[in-house]
Design a protein around this ligand. Structure first.
Ligand SMILES: [Zn+2]
Length: 621
């Protein structure tokens, strides 16, 4: 019996044969349709086929079968075969004829543009094979071949699937069904770009309009690959594909074993902070090469594609990756030390503390319920549960600081991650349990972490930011947002603050301001304002935009101000007391001992990067 594996090298597929062939045709791409033919050989008796209801890495039931149509089965002689449905995504074909071949024809409506779903149009195609390639029950560990019949202007194919003949993407192969599902295919009229990083071939394929030049993108990707590879002592693949989507509504990514897909709205990439966030996403998806795809919770590979796969350890897959995407942003030299501390204080810790959900549910439960919580978020979600990305990343930040302090800088979270990587290499077929994770952390560092981790993971107790920052000579402080002073030649004036604390987020509606979210216990909540209410007037002034509303609140800090709101078309009045907005900072303690300073420097060491012209310490900002 073959075991679960997502490892594949191009060499393994060259000249290979298969008994399961998918043929994809795109004659109806303008109508967003893929015409699919599945040929299964070596069939003896009835067979069962099923289509995944979800995509690994994205914990939501998506029922891709919804988009399948015109299903028709025959044997190898063209004789029709009966299809008997067993459940919404699974059917059986009664096969008793003398032919050992079964053929299936159907179409797939590929019209959902995201990094996790297939979309095809007259210009290009992004294909997630798990959306439309049925698995043949009991034959998941056989090779699958995929034949592409492309329109003439679609000659640029990027995928981690391996060519069966050299330098030809007409026939692509996967060693097993898991690899097929894990290997998106991007087909574009633009060329695939090739580059080397850490001595290995990488490819870059772009859909949409890139706001960056190709050389700039390649330079940043090389930096990310080289710095991350340094932590693990090399790369675990022979080739890797970066797929980028630049569409107006894109934001987010999805990881795979030998590729990743990352999307961003190009129009938003106009300031350095947003570009840093985009690079953070690239570093995040790339870190999943090790953590998430290979080092993983025991429930996440092998997968059951027919139902939810529950795990209470997404704090490992996503939290550890999120902490490292920030660290790598710094280690790559994309941000200065000061910016790194600002990101931690304001975009991570402050955001976490301002959402009451962390006091209601543990991060382990938030992970287990990802299918109905994080992936089904609504406006009230921040009040009910913590994100395992955010709380998970803060747990690993604190664990890193704890290990550095306990060992006087001899070990850090890097030590644990390297030990987790060794564990994967010893037993790639099986993921790890929480107990095994804790054992690996303790054995590799010689430090006991069990009681601390079980408190952080399984309770809603406050996280010990103050104590652990103090140990590296930092303090977390909170200050009101300063009013902005505007200089005009030799005079100046002070603007009201651009932010106020009401606890509600506002969006622009039709000629009105609409409430998007309300934080429990905040001034807006106390005032009885609800999600989707419209704010009509503030202090007797009609407001039409969120900026106007904030300006009105800013004029009345600490004072009850009258509001006319509207719920379900009926007006109401209430009073709200706006408070000054505050910001968090991580600042040096004035009298930190040498030991704390030593730990701080150990935490923020930057790796040395080897380049053609010698070595450079990564300090670009
Ligand atoms: Zn992730």
């Amino acid at each position: 019996m073959k075991r679960y594996s997502i490892e594949q090298s191009d060499k393994q597929l060259l000249g290979s044969s298969a008994n399961i062939h998918y043929v994809l045709r795109f004659d109806r791409a303008a109508a967003h349709l893929i015409d699919i033919q599945l040929r299964i050989e070596n069939v003896a008796g009835p067979i069962e086929l099923y289509l995944p209801v979800w995509t690994p890495g994205s914990y939501k039931i998506r029922d891709f079968i919804t988009n399948v149509g015109d299903l028709y089965a025959t044997d190898g002689n063209g004789k029709p075969l009966r299809i008997e449905w067993l459940s919404k995504n699974r059917f059986r074909i009664e096969h008793t004829s003398s032919s050992s071949t079964v053929e299936l024809r159907y179409c797939y409506f590929a019209h959902e543009r995201s990094v996790r779903t297939s979309f095809v149009n007259r210009w290009h195609a992004f294909l997630m094979p798990g959306n439309f390639c049925f698995a043949i029950a009991g034959r998941e560990y056989e090779p699958y071949h995929l034949h592409l019949h492309l329109p003439p202007h679609w000659q640029s194919v990027a995928t981690a699937l391996s060519p069966v003949t050299p330098n030809n993407t007409d026939i692509l192969g996967a060693l097993n069904y898991d690899i097929l599902v894990d290997s998106p295919i991007q087909i574009s009229p633009d060329p695939v770009h090739h580059f080397s990083a850490a001595g290995v071939l990488h490819q870059l394929s772009i859909l949409g309009e890139s706001p960056f030049t190709i050389p700039w993108l390649i330079e940043q990707l090389q930096r990310i690959v080289e710095v991350e590879a340094q932590l693990f002592g090399g790369l675990p693949y022979d080739r890797y594909v970066f797929m980028l989507h630049f569409f107006p509504d894109s934001r987010g990514g999805l990881e795979h074993a030998r590729s990743s897909v990352s999307g961003w709205d190009p129009a938003s990439l106009t300031d350095s902070e947003e570009i840093q966030r985009f690079l953070t996403l690239l570093a995040h998806e790339f870190f999943h090469v090790w953590n998430g795809k290979r080092i993983r919770p025991i429930e996440l590979g092998p997968f059951d594609y027919n139902r939810e796969n529950y795990t209470s350890m997404l704090w490992l897959a996503e939290g550890l990756t999120s902490y490292y995407n920030d660290l790598f942003l710094y280690r790559c030299g994309f941000v200065s030390e000061k910016s790194f501390l600002r990101i931690l204080a304001q975009e991570r810790i402050q955001r976490f503390l301002e959402q009451p959900g962390h006091r209601k549910m543990s991060v382990a439960d938030s992970s287990f319920l990802a299918w109905v919580k994080l992936y089904r978020s609504n406006a009230d979600s921040p009040n009910r549960f913590p994100s395992y990305y955010l709380k998970g990343s803060l747990i690993f930040l604190l664990l890193d600081l704890f290990l550095i302090q306990k060992s006087g800088g001899k070990v850090s979270l890097d030590t644990v991650v390297q030990a987790l990587w060794q564990r994967y290499q010893q037993n790639p077929a099986e993921g790890i349990t929480e107990a095994e994770f804790i054992a690996i952390a303790e054995v590799s560092t010689g430090i006991s972490v069990e009681s601390l981790l079980s408190q952080w993971l399984h309770t809603t107790d406050p996280l010990p930011f103050e104590a652990l920052f103090k140990g590296i000579g930092l303090q977390l402080t909170q200050r009101p947002v300063e009013p902005e002073t505007i200089e005009l030649g030799d005079t100046h004036f002070t603007m009201p603050p651009a932010k106020v604390w009401t606890g509600m987020t506002l969006k622009e509606g039709k000629n009105s301001v609409v409430v998007e979210k309300v934080i429990e216990g905040s001034p807006a909540d106390v005032a009885g304002i609800g999600v989707e209410d419209a704010i009509i007037t503030i202090a007797g002034h009609r407001v039409y935009t969120p900026t106007q509303a904030i300006a009105q609140f800013a004029r009345h800090l600490h004072q009850p101000v009258s509001i006319t709101g509207s719920c379900d078309g009926k007006l109401y009045t209430t009073q709200l007391t706006p408070e000054p907005a505050t910001e968090y900072f991580l600042e040096p303690l004035s009298n930190a001992p040498d030991q704390a300073r030593h730990c701080y420097h150990r935490w923020l060491e930057r790796p040395v990067r080897h380049t053609h012209s010698g070595t450079e310490v990564l300090l670009r900002c």
